[in-house]
Design a protein. Structure first.
Length: 96
C-alpha cells in the first residue's frame, strides 16, 4: 500500500510519461492484463489511456487492471490511469 507522499512522488514522475496502453470499447481482457503486468515489470510506472468509445465505469477498469496486474493504482485522472508495481529485476524507482 502506497502512502500519500509516495503517490505524490509517483504522480510527479508519471507527468511526463505517454500512455503505452489503450482500453477501447472491448474493455479489458486477460491478454491485456498480462501485457500490462510485463510492462510494469520492465518500467515500474505506466500510464493507460481509456478511449472515449469505452462506456464502462473508469474506476472499475482501473481497479480491474491494478488487481489483475498485482499493481498499485496511483491515480485515475480523467481517462488516464497511472499504475505502479515494484520491479524485481529492473528496479529503478526509489520511493521516499
Amino acid at each position: 500500500m502506497l502512502t500519500g507522499k509516495q503517490k505524490r512522488y509517483l504522480r510527479s514522475m508519471a507527468h511526463s510519461l505517454q500512455p503505452i496502453f489503450q482500453v477501447g470499447k472491448g474493455g479489458t481482457n486477460e491478454h491485456m492484463i498480462t501485457q500490462i503486468s510485463e510492462a510494469l515489470e520492465r518500467r515500474e510506472l505506466i500510464k493507460v489511456s481509456v478511449l472515449n468509445n469505452n462506456l464502462d465505469d473508469l474506476k472499475e477498469i482501473a481497479e480491474e487492471l491494478a488487481k489483475g496486474a498485482r499493481a498499485e493504482l496511483v491515480q485515475l485522472i480523467g481517462r488516464t490511469i497511472i499504475l505502479y508495481k515494484e520491479s524485481r529485476e529492473y528496479k529503478e524507482i526509489e520511493l521516499p
